[in-house]
Write a protein that binds this ligand. Structure first.
Ligand code: ADP
Ligand code: MG
Length: 462
């Protein structure tokens, strides 16, 4: 891990750096070189022209041979040049004192011929290992507009070679320094990067094995700090959902075992003859109710599981909320009236259209009205439909026992029950959790208001 990031960073940094340095030094030295060579050519040309002028004065007998030689020698000496004056047959007519015999290769021979024909030639010899590079300029030797030979002036360019090699040395030193500093800097950065990452990866492995691990300690505002923070959050959420899973398993088995135990007990009592014949019907009817409750409970548990796994797909269609509520109202009317409660259905708006899953909305309504029925002994249950700002509003109000204020916040939790059931069939506390999830799935809102001994109001916006 550490090696991986470190070497990638170093490799990227170094290759980038080396390429840039090489490019820059290539450009600098070639510009430098060009400038320098131009300058040398210029000097050589001037020397050639001056030599020609001296030759003219010599031919005109203005200066003596000794004077001519002295002048040319001085010029060659001061400018570190080699000057040769050639006859038309290329034999040397005159050469400056310091100039050794001219070594003539093919290129130079051709250039001399060109000069003899009147051309001015400027050339920089190409690089070779055994010889110094030279710049030379040739101009025709003219007298009275007649070409009478050639003047060739040479200058070695050792100077520029020395400069270039000095430049290369400096660049190499800088390169080594930068590589050293850069490598150390990258080492520090990559240790900073890779340490928390390897820690996180190590922790993730241990969490996978079910171990408890401490938080990743890494405070930083960069992506890695964010990763560490998200990792710690994920770890906490995992722990919470693991705890939830354990609670649910414990709750579910408890909820299932209670009715089953009583059903088994009653049947055994009847079979063993412990329950007298005249009581059979009573106990069988209790067992029947319990079995029904079990059936409802299993349905709820399956619903909760489905919702939590995200596998509930809504079958949405345009439905008339008034019609649907009336159907539910009619279905439940008898049961409510059996309890001597007023059952009121008020439609403040007619024909409220909503796009929703009909059977799920029906399930919500039944659940809520059932709760009101369970927890209301006298008074009324009232359903009100209305349209509020383009939304359908369903309000179910009852005059029941109400819910303590500090418990209201937990009503939507799974397996949460807030009241004694009294005569009502016990519930597992799943109903409102399912209701809340279904409303959420529809993108709606649900709110519960309640006052102890006054009643409860459930408000839904869809
Ligand atoms: N209309 C109501 N009046 C009083 N208490 C209510 C009402 N509706 C819900 N509750 C309280 O909320 C708890 C949770 O409701 P719910 O999730 O439907 O579970 P269950 O009906 O199985 O008890 C109930 O146990 C009850 O204490
Ligand atoms: Mg309920």
């Amino acid at each position: 891990m550490f090696k991986g990031i470190y070497f990638k960073l170093v490799a990227t940094y170094l290759s980038l750096f080396i390429v840039i340095v090489l490019l820059i030094s290539f450009f600098i030295s070639s510009i430098f070189y060009k400038e320098f060579t131009n300058q040398v050519e210029e000097d050589l040309l001037n020397a050639g022209i001056k030599t020609n002028a001296l030759m003219e004065r010599y031919y005109n007998n203005d200066i003596t041979k000794e004077e001519l030689t002295a002048w040319i020698n001085a010029m060659a000496y001061i400018s570190n040049l080699k000057i040769y004056i050639l006859n038309p047959d290329s034999s040397v007519l005159h050469q400056a004192e310091q100039s050794e015999a001219m070594s003539i290769d093919t290129q130079l021979r051709q250039d001399i011929l060109k000069v003899m024909e009147g051309e001015t030639v400027k050339r920089t010899t190409s690089f070779s290992l055994d010889e110094n590079r030279l710049v030379y300029v040739g101009i025709p030797l003219t007298y009275h507009d007649q070409i009478s030979g050639a003047i060739m002036a040479f200058s070695p360019i050792t100077e520029i070679q020395e400069l270039t090699s000095a430049l290369i040395k400096v660049i190499v030193v800088i390169l080594i320094l930068v590589i050293l500093i850069g490598t150390i800097a990258i080492l520090r950065v990559s240790v900073k990067i890779s340490e928390p990452i390897s820690e996180i990866s190590d922790y993730a492995k241990r969490i996978g094995k079910g171990e408890n691990v401490p938080d990743v300690e890494f405070e930083s505002k960069d992506e890695i700090g964010m990763l560490a923070k998200s990792f710690n959050e994920m770890k906490r959420e995992l722990a919470v959902s693991e705890q939830m899973r354990r609670d649910i398993v414990a709750n579910v088995s408890h909820e299932l075992r209670t009715p089953l135990t009583s059903i088994i007990g009653f049947i055994k009592g009847i079979l063993d003859g412990v329950i007298p014949v005249e009581d059979h019907e009573k106990y069988l009817s209790i067992a029947y109710d319990e079995a029904n409750r079990l059936k409802e409970l299993t349905k709820d548990i399956v619903d909760v599981a489905k919702i939590e796994s995200g596998s509930v797909a809504l079958n949405k269609e345009n439905i008339n909320l008034n019609e649907l509520t009336r159907e539910v109202y009619t279905e439940m009317e008898e049961l409510v009236k059996e309890k001597n409660l007023d059952f009121i259905f008020e439609e403040l708006s007619k024909n409220i259209e909503i796009n929703a899953d009909k059977s799920r909305i029906r399930q919500v309504l039944i659940n809520i009205i059932n709760n009101s029925m369970k927890f209301t002994e006298k008074g009324f249950i009232k359903i009100t439909l209305d349209k509020i700002e383009n939304k359908a509003s369903i309000v179910v109000e009852d005059s029941g026992v109400g819910i303590k204020e500090d418990k209201i916040a937990y009503l939507f939790n799974k397996f949460y029950t807030a009241n004694n059931y009294g005569d009502a069939t016990m519930g597992a506390g799943l109903g409102l959790n399912i209701v809340k999830n279904l409303i959420d799935l529809h993108g709606g809102e649900i709110k519960i208001e309640s006052q102890v001994n006054k009643g409860t109001t459930v408000k839904i916006l869809l």
